[in-house]
Design a protein around this ligand. Sequence first.
Ligand SMILES: Nc1ncnc2c1ncn2[C@@H]1O[C@H](COP(=O)(O)OP(=O)(O)O)[C@@H](O)[C@H]1O
Ligand SMILES: [Mg+2]
Length: 249
Amino acid sequence: MAEPILKAIGVNKSFGSVVALSSISFELNAGEVMGLVGDNGAGKSTFIKVLSGVHRRDGGDIIFKGKHIDFKSPKEAMDAGIETVYQDLALAPQLPIYANMFLGREIMKKGILGKLGVVDKDAMRKEVKERLARIKSHLNHVDQLVGTLSGGQRQAVAITRAIGWGKDVVIMDEPTAALGVKESRQVLDLIKDIKAHGVSVIFISHTIPHVMEVTDKIHVLRLGESVAHLNTKDTTYEEVVQYITGSKC
Ligand SMILES: Nc1ncnc2c1ncn2[C@@H]1O[C@H](COP(=O)(O)OP(=O)(O)O)[C@@H](O)[C@H]1O
Ligand SMILES: [Mg+2]
């Protein structure tokens, strides 16, 4: 068995006297989708913020591609290969799709003009079109302003941006929470597609049927602790809910 691409061992994090994470452990293999579930306040967002360099952990180990890591900023995590799609998506509504895909990483024109800071819009458009063609995205018009897109399409922009950087791990914090049935379906299909491309996904969701559908394994947090590591095919909706609510320990 190959080494997990990402592994956490006994990760702790407190905010003052609030213990948000207590000895959290998991293993994620390449091309695997892990559901991260738990009630409000269970520690899901804190945990992914630790993984993505937003928060520093107080203790424990995180091993990514065989190396111990301690990201000091989100940029360090992104440079290493961990991309996160946050609940607020961090998109610029006044900019078109292609520009959002390159936010903070714009392609500059080569030669003398590059020094003047001129962005190469055509190169970015071309690259984004190629990316969209590689995945089952429902986005067609790269010049459309993000502010005019539906919630599902915006989610798709944020996810496509994350996977567009050739990343090893994409973390998604409740990507379907604000979406309707059809749009949720598109995001779930996108997750399956990402997995088919060998990228690993950590998928946070309160919608257990979605978690049952797209994940290989499920990690349940309760009050900052890891209470269950389940293989999706060996568990049931009912069992997952029992672990979340604490009727099963
Ligand atoms: N920046 C913060 N400062 C203080 N407490 C926090 C902070 N972020 C999260 N917490 C606390 O940590 C716990 C876990 O929160 P969170 O990770 O947001 O849970 P979840 O995403 O599972 O709903 C909660 O008790 C929350 O109030
Ligand atoms: Mg949260």
